[in-house]
Ligand binder design. Structure first.
Ligand SMILES: [Zn+2]
Length: 432
């Protein structure tokens, strides 16, 4: 082609612009797999022997949402479990075609009514994890992501963060010390038969899904189940839930006497009906928050990651890591390495947390993010227990338990430092 005529130059310019526009089209896909064990398995709410389950309330899921723009592709996955370690996550990453392992974010919802995925050893070193079940979950997670890749389609976005109102969460240790912000990302199909309909809606909120807990003989996604159902019934598409900074001790507000301090456990409603109430209320709030957001026709996305090292000072955490059948491999002595991700999705910025950050740690990181729409994906890529600021560590008696079940005094300090460095080193989200 001769390039020296005005017409040819015009055609070339048009082709360049067209190619760029095509390359920058955002595409999103989502898919779901049921991971309810059949027959049912004992359920685990933390360290200790899992408790037998006699019935189920709702199903456990792996839920995946994949984003693609130009050469950028990443996946967000939520798993209905207490915690999902990188030992398991990396097995799924190896089975996923077309997304770099470091661009795959796998978070646990933290339901306390699902099978043990840590392989918690007891005092004699024995554990009760069903490794065959966990292998099936690994495959199902990969299948969900691979299907979401196949379903990628052009999408617009809605993104918003606002306080969720009503009786949803509170801090069991100090009622008002929690983050009521609910972040929502919704992808909307822009072509085809489902044009204008939701492909997926992701809800980010800090809460312990422990309404039912592990002691009632019930296997359940807890409040996350009714949340998914309500969002999918109202908005269509696939619902995802990513937890937030819910450590020490942001939990579901099951208090029968709303707003009063010092409630005892006898005055709580720990039923499936309460899971439905809270799950559906959070879903309705998330939809209220996202419905008012403008549609972004050409949003940009960005994904980066880095590995961070966290020393394991806690004897108990060392014991678990050494004696779990998942066989965690230390790269350095008594130090765990974990993947930290930063995403920009339209005007929102997202950081992952490899455990249960206390709410003040969450506030600090969100405050330093380059956006008015900050998201934190807690218990994501790893779930190494509680993450307290060093001044909180081993301080109030109230913090004895969360101190014991943390890696050490410096866990949250290192995390905050590394998170802020990653924010500094990354492009700001495009504010449109
Ligand atoms: Zn917890």
């Amino acid at each position: 082609m001769k390039l020296n005529t005005p017409l040819n130059l015009f055609i070339l310019l048009f082709l360049c612009l067209f190619t760029q526009a095509t390359a920058q089209t955002l595409r999103v896909g989502a898919a779901v797999r049921v991971i309810t064990p059949d027959p049912l398995l004992p359920v685990s709410g933390g360290i200790g022997t899992p408790k037998p389950s006699m019935e189920k309330k709702g199903d456990l899921f792996a839920r995946a949402m994949v984003f693609e723009q130009g050469n950028t592709r990443f996946a967000i996955v939520n798993v209905d479990n207490l915690g999902w370690t990188s030992v398991l996550g990396n097995k799924s990453r190896a089975l996923i075609k077309g997304i770099a392992p470091e661009n795959i974010l796998i978070g646990a919802t933290h339901t306390h009514s699902a099978p043990d995925a840590y392989g918690f050893p007891d005092a004699t070193g024995k554990n009760y994890a069903d490794l065959k079940y966990l292998d099936r979950c690994v495959q199902q997670i990969a299948d969900a992501v691979n299907e979401a890749i196949m379903k990628l389609e052009p999408a617009a976005l809605k993104v918003n963060v606002e306080e969720a109102k009503g009786k949803i969460a509170y801090n069991y240790y100090a009622p008002a010390l929690y983050d009521p912000r609910c972040g929502v990302i919704q992808a909307i199909a822009t072509t085809g038969a489902r044009q204008g309909k939701a492909i997926a809606t992701l809800v980010n909120y800090a809460i312990h899904p422990e309404v039912i807990g592990s002691g009632r003989g019930i296997l359940s996604p807890d409040l996350c189940g009714p949340l998914y159902s309500r969002i999918e019934a109202q908005a269509g598409g696939v619902a995802l839930f990513m937890n937030g900074a819910q450590g020490g001790m942001v939990t579901a507000d099951t208090r029968l006497e709303f707003g009063k301090e010092g409630q005892s456990s006898q005055k709580e409603a720990n039923t499936w009906e309460e899971c439905i109430r809270i799950g559906e209320l959070l879903a309705d709030e998330a939809l209220r928050i996202i419905n008012k957001a403008p549609v972004l026709d050409a949003p940009s996305i960005y994904c980066t990651s880095k590995m961070i090292d966290l020393p394991v000072d806690s004897e108990m955490m060392r014991y678990i890591l050494t004696n779990s059948p998942l066989k965690y491999e230390y790269k350095k002595p008594n130090t765990v390495s974990t993947q930290l991700n930063l995403l920009n999705i339209g005007p929102a910025q997202i950081l992952t947390v490899p455990g249960e950050a206390l709410p003040n740690v969450g506030y600090y990181v969100k405050r330093h993010m380059a956006t008015k729409l900050p998201f934190l994906f807690g218990l994501t890529n790893d779930a190494f227990g509680y993450m307290l600021a060093k001044v909180d560590y081993n301080s109030f008696k109230r913090y004895d338990y969360v101190t014991r079940t943390s890696l050490g005094e410096m866990t949250a300090e290192i995390y905050m430092d590394q998170a802020l460095q990653l924010i500094q080193a990354s492009p700001k989200p495009v504010l449109k």
